[in-house]
Design a protein around this ligand. Structure first.
Ligand code: SF4
Ligand code: SF4
Length: 316
C-alpha cells in the first residue's frame, strides 16, 4: 500500500497540506524563499501562483526500468521551475511556461486517468514549487481510489524541511544530484546554494527510504539518484560520488545519464555547447566504480531518452 494512504487514514495528510499551504503564504517552499503570497496568486522565481500548471501527462516508458516497467510510468510534467539551467531540455515549459493551469479536481483526474491506463506509478516531474497543490489533489484522488505509488521526480533543489513534510507521503524519490560544486551551479543553473541544499535534502530522502522495495521488477519504495554527466566534468562528478558513498550508502540506486544535449541557452557557453564524449562518460563510470557505487543503470548508447537498463555491476 502506498505510504500516502496510511497518512490519509491517520489524518496526517491534511496537516501536511496545510503546512505547505502556510509556507506558500510567504513563499518559502524552496531555497529561493521569494516571500511572495502564492495564495493570493503572486508569483516568485518559479513564476507559479496559486495553481499548478501542467504541460502534459502520459504514460512514459523511458524512465529507469524499475520506474517505467512494462506499462510505463504515469508522468505529469509541471510547468515552471525553481532552477534555471542554461541547457534545459524542457525549457518550453520549465522556463517559457507553456502549459495550462489546473485546479485540484483536474490534477486529481489526471492521476486517476494514468492509473486507469495501468501505469505503475504517478511520476511528478518538477514538483518542488507545486508540492502543496500536488498533495491537495492527491488527497482527493485517494477518496476516488488512487492506489499506485507516487514518484517525486525532482532537480534536488529542495529545502530539507519541505522534504521532512513529505515523509510518509512520497513513495519514491527520483532525485538529481547535478552539481558537486557551487560555482558551477551558480554559473549554469543560477543557484548559488544548490550543492548545500541538494546534499541536505538527499540525506533527508535517504533517511525516509534507506532501502528500496522492488516487487516484480517495479520499485514501490526507495530512492534513485540521477546524475547527468555534463561536458568537461561541469557537474563535478567525483565530489558527488564521494558524498553518496560517505554520507549515504554504496548500495543506493544510481542512474548515470549520458543524454546531455545543449538545448536552450547552452550555446552562450562554448565549453558546454556540445554533447558529451564517450571518454567523458567512461570517466564518470570509472569514478562511480572507484567509490563503490555499482547499483543502478547506465545509458550506453548516448541516446537522448532511452536508458540501457543495464546493471552497473556488469558494466563498470
Ligand atoms: S516555490 Fe517558487 S515562489 Fe516559492 S520560494 Fe520557490 S521559487 Fe520562490
Ligand atoms: S533542467 Fe533545470 S531548468 Fe530544466 S526542468 Fe530541470 S531543473 Fe528545471
Amino acid at each position: 500500500m502506498p505510504k500516502y494512504i496510511e497518512a490519509f487514514k491517520k489524518g496526517n495528510l491534511r496537516k501536511k497540506i496545510e503546512a505547505l499551504m502556510r509556507m506558500e503564504e510567504n513563499c518559502c517552499i524552496c531555497p529561493r524563499r521569494c516571500g511572495v503570497n502564492r495564495l493570493k496568486n503572486k508569483t516568485g522565481y518559479c513564476r507559479t501562483g496559486l495553481f499548478a500548471k501542467v504541460y502534459s501527462y502520459a504514460p512514459h516508458k523511458g524512465e529507469e526500468p524499475v520506474i517505467s516497467g512494462k506499462n510505463g510510468s504515469g508522468t505529469i510534467f509541471f510547468s515552471g521551475c525553481n532552477l534555471n539551467c542554461c541547457y534545459c531540455q524542457n525549457y518550453q515549459f520549465s522556463q517559457l511556461d507553456e502549459g495550462k493551469e489546473v485546479n485540484k479536481e483536474t490534477l486529481c483526474d489526471m492521476m486517476l486517468e494514468l492509473q486507469k491506463q495501468k501505469c505503475h506509478n504517478i511520476n511528478l516531474v518538477t514538483p518542488t514549487h507545486v508540492s502543496a497543490q500536488i498533495l491537495d489533489a492527491l488527497e482527493l484522488a485517494i477518496t476516488k481510489g488512487l492506489n499506485i505509488p507516487i514518484v517525486y521526480n525532482t532537480s534536488g533543489y529542495e529545502l530539507p524541511e519541505v522534504i521532512e513534510i513529505l515523509n510518509n507521503v512520497v513513495d519514491i524519490y527520483l532525485v538529481d544530484m547535478r552539481y558537486g560544486d557551487t560555482k558551477l551551479a551558480t554559473k549554469y543553473s543560477n543557484a548559488t546554494d544548490y550543492t548545500e541544499y541538494n546534499q541536505q535534502s538527499v540525506k533527508e530522502m535517504f533517511k525516509q527510504a534507506p532501502s528500496a522495495k522492488i516487487e516484480n521488477g517495479i520499485m514501490t519504495e526507495g530512492i534513485i539518484i540521477r546524475h547527468l554527466v555534463l561536458p568537461q566534468d561541469i557537474g563535478a562528478t567525483e565530489r558527488i560520488a564521494e558524498f553518496i558513498s560517505k554520507a549515504l550508502s554504496k548500495g543506493i540506486h544510481i542512474s548515470l545519464m549520458s543524454q546531455y544535449f545543449p538545448f536552450c541557452n547552452a550555446k552562450k557557453y562554448p565549453e558546454i555547447n556540445r554533447r558529451i564524449t564517450k571518454k567523458e562518460y567512461a570517466q564518470a563510470k570509472v569514478i562511480m566504480k572507484k567509490y563503490g557505487l555499482t547499483n543502478g543503470w547506465v545509458q550506453e548508447d548516448n541516446g537522448l531518452i532511452d536508458l540501457a537498463g543495464v546493471n552497473l555491476k556488469r558494466n563498470i
